[in-house]
Write a protein that binds this ligand. Structure first.
Ligand code: ZN
Length: 426
């Protein structure tokens, strides 16, 4: 099949078949050699043994390759572009942030990611890039968009000197239930899919320590209630013991980082149905690159304190059977497009390779509340697929090797990969 045919694949009502592949379904089932997946109208029509593949002139032989669902990153910030501090993020103009986000969206797509959830941006950049991608104006994954991160004065996103009054940066400063409700309504008017809330401090923040809880339980409860009333999901940045507890009790959909969790919190988590997005790349990137990138002493020192607690909390969450999604939170230290590093890091701390792949497919889809559409290779699901030249189960690190990304299919259309050199979207 030539490049043009690959680009078209099943974008129309023509039937396309990828066959002779090793199939990983994204749900944790054993890999099945000699499989086919048939696509039509941007959806998966059927899956089965290659010997039963339907006949079509749009047939791609993937012998020696692995076919898996398009990867999903549940914790992305498309504006992150090598910034070494929160101040640097806030000092980047909205215009340049938009350009960065557009360029990063294409990098992420080329890495095999067909969906990302952006959990914090400047102004309305994530919504605009989401829409530009959906309209085919620029290449990129499907974007689940948030606005700026809601945080209390002096909390995560507050980079202001004490005598300055306002900011329009990564953080939107809101204090008390009324300001929180108003900001959520403003963000909904602006078109967000998800509300991001910072319930604890962060290593890189100038004022609040990571282990501080920076919203009251009432503020968190109001935020979740308001967002849910509008049908939006809520992702809560939570690195302190109380922030995780408060967020779970409030009914948050995902806990980001989850750095500190005691046994009582793990039990609460298990009952809640929420998904944990541990963002190991946040941790390991600072540990590995903090000195060479000359990161702030506060960030490096707090990360060393957090390291054992973070890994221990994650291991206990895993042992308890809490759903864990891959989200890399990268772009400032590890570059955009190396998102699959998070999958390898999950394996580094003890996940089975298949389990880590599920974290980046079906479980990530669940974190986004889109498991009915994406995250697994099943009939009826959206035709978002990754054809990979190799076997990620044998070498999980190889997923970061972009030369092995043979074909990225989004909505049934070949949009990136070495088989698809033009990489042009409609
Ligand atoms: Zn983040």
């Amino acid at each position: 099949m030539d490049a043009q045919a690959i680009a078209e694949l099943a974008s129309s009502s023509r039937l396309a078949v990828l066959t002779n592949v090793r199939l990983i379904d994204g749900l944790g089932g054993p890999p099945v050699d000699q499989s086919y997946v048939a696509l039509r109208d941007g959806k998966i029509l059927s899956v089965g043994a290659a010997s039963n593949a339907p006949a079509t002139d749009l047939m791609l032989d993937g012998a020696g390759m692995t076919l898996l669902p398009g990867l999903i990153d549940a914790h992305a910030h498309l504006i992150y572009s090598g910034f070494s501090s929160l101040e640097a993020i806030d000092r980047c103009s909205i215009e340049m942030s938009t350009i960065n986000a557009v360029l990063n969206a294409e990098r992420v797509l080329r890495a095999g990611y067909t969906t990302i959830r952006d959990v914090g941006t400047i102004a309305n950049v994530a919504v605009s890039v989401r829409d530009a991608i959906a309209e085919g104006k620029v290449p990129g994954p499907t974007v689940v968009a948030s606005g700026p991160i809601l945080c209390a004065t002096a909390s995560l996103g507050d980079t202001l000197p004490a005598h300055w009054q306002s900011s329009h940066g990564l953080g939107k400063l809101v204090d008390g239930p009324d300001e929180i409700r108003r900001e959520i309504r403003l963000q909904i008017r602006a078109g967000v899919d998800n509300i991001k809330l910072a319930a604890s401090g962060v290593e890189v923040g100038p004022y609040a320590w990571t282990w501080m809880t920076t919203f009251s339980e009432e503020e968190i409860r109001v935020a979740v209630e308001e967002a849910h009333r509008w049908g939006r999901t809520v992702a809560v940045h939570a690195q302190s013991y109380d922030s995780v507890r408060f967020a779970l009790r409030a009914g948050a959909d995902t806990i980001e980082h989850g750095t500190r969790m005691d046994d009582e919190t793990i039990a609460l988590f298990k009952r809640s149905g929420a998904v944990l997005v541990p963002t190991l790349s946040t941790l390991f990137s600072v540990l590995e690159l903090g000195a060479s990138l000359n990161l702030l002493p506060k960030q490096r020192d707090e990360m060393k304190v957090n390291e054992p607690l973070w890994i221990d909390s994650l291991k206990r969450a895993r042992a308890a059977g809490i759903p864990i999604a891959s989200g890399a939170d990268l772009g400032n230290r590890y570059p955009q497009g190396s998102n699959a590093r998070e999958i390898a890091l999950l394996v580094r701390v003890g996940f089975e390779p298949m389990e880590a792949l599920c974290a980046a497919t079906s479980v990530a889809a669940r974190a986004l509340k889109r498991q009915d559409q994406i995250g697994s290779l099943e009939a009826g699901k959206r035709a978002d697929l990754l054809l990979f030249d190799g076997d990620p189960l044998k070498d999980i690190e190889s997923l970061q090797d972009l030369s092995r990304i043979a074909l990225v299919i989004k909505n049934g259309r070949g949009v990136a990969g070495s088989f698809c050199p033009t990489s042009r979207l409609q």
